[in-house]
Design a protein around this ligand. Structure first.
Ligand code: ADP
Length: 172
C-alpha cells in the first residue's frame, strides 16, 4: 500500500502535522493557496513570516500553523515556469525534498502538499505531477518515520493528473 495519497480539497482545512504553502520568495503572502493559508491562519502567521527574511526558490522554511488545524506550515517558493530550460524541473523537485526534510526534522508524520507552481507560476501540470510524485516517493523510501503524504488538489483536473502520475510511479 502506498503512503502517498491524492485527494481533492482545501488544504487550509486539513488537520495534519504540516501543510505546505506554495509561497513566493518574500514569504509575505500572495494570491492563490498562499492567500488562502494566510487568511485561515490569521495575522500571527504573517508576523512570524516577517521574521524569516524571505526564502529562495526551491528551499523551504517552517512556521507554526496558528488558527489552522495543521500544526505547522512549511513555506516553499516554487519556480516560475520560463519554458523549462531554466532549471525549473530541478527546482520543483528541490521544493518537495526541502519541505519533507523540514517535516522530518520537526517530527511530522503527516504532510499535505498543494500542487506547487502549477497555478499562477504556470508550471505545466502534466510535467509537474510526475516530478512531485517521484520526489515524494524517493523521500518516503528513505524515511519510514513519515507515515503519509497527500497531494491536496483544489480541482478535479489537478487530482486526475496526480492520480495518473501516482499510478505510473507505482508500476515501477
Ligand atoms: P503557484 O504560484 O505556486 O503556481 P498557486 O496558488 O497559484 O501557486 O496555485 C497552486 C495550486 O494551488 C493550484 O493548483 C491552485 O488551484 C491550488 N490552490 C488554490 N487554493 C487552494 C487551496 N485552498 N487548497 C489547495 N489548493 C489550492
Amino acid at each position: 500500500m502506498s503512503r502517498i495519497e491524492i485527494i481533492q480539497g482545501d488544504i487550509t482545512r486539513q488537520a495534519v502535522d504540516a501543510i505546505v504553502n506554495a509561497a513566493n520568495c518574500s514569504l509575505l503572502g500572495g494570491g492563490g493557496v498562499d492567500g488562502a493559508i494566510h487568511r485561515a491562519a490569521g495575522p500571527e502567521l504573517l508576523a512570524e513570516c516577517r521574521t524569516l527574511h524571505g526564502c529562495e526558490t526551491g528551499k523551504a522554511k517552517i512556521t507554526k500553523g496558528y488558527r489552522l488545524p495543521a500544526r505547522y506550515v512549511i513555506h516553499t517558493p516554487g519556480p516560475i515556469w520560463r519554458g523549462g530550460t531554466h532549471g525549473e524541473p530541478e527546482l520543483l523537485a528541490s521544493c518537495y525534498r526541502s519541505c519533507l526534510e523540514l517535516a522530518a526534522e520537526n517530527g511530522c508524520k503527516t504532510v499535505d502538499f498543494p500542487s506547487i507552481s502549477t497555478g499562477v507560476y504556470a508550471f505545466p501540470l502534466n510535467r509537474a505531477a510526475p516530478i512531485a510524485i517521484r520526489t515524494i516517493g524517493a523521500f518516503l523510501e528513505a524515511h519510514p518515520e513519515i507515515e503519509r503524504v497527500r497531494m491536496v488538489c483544489f480541482d478535479y483536473r489537478t487530482k486526475a493528473v496526480y492520480e495518473a502520475a501516482l499510478g505510473e510511479w507505482m508500476k515501477k
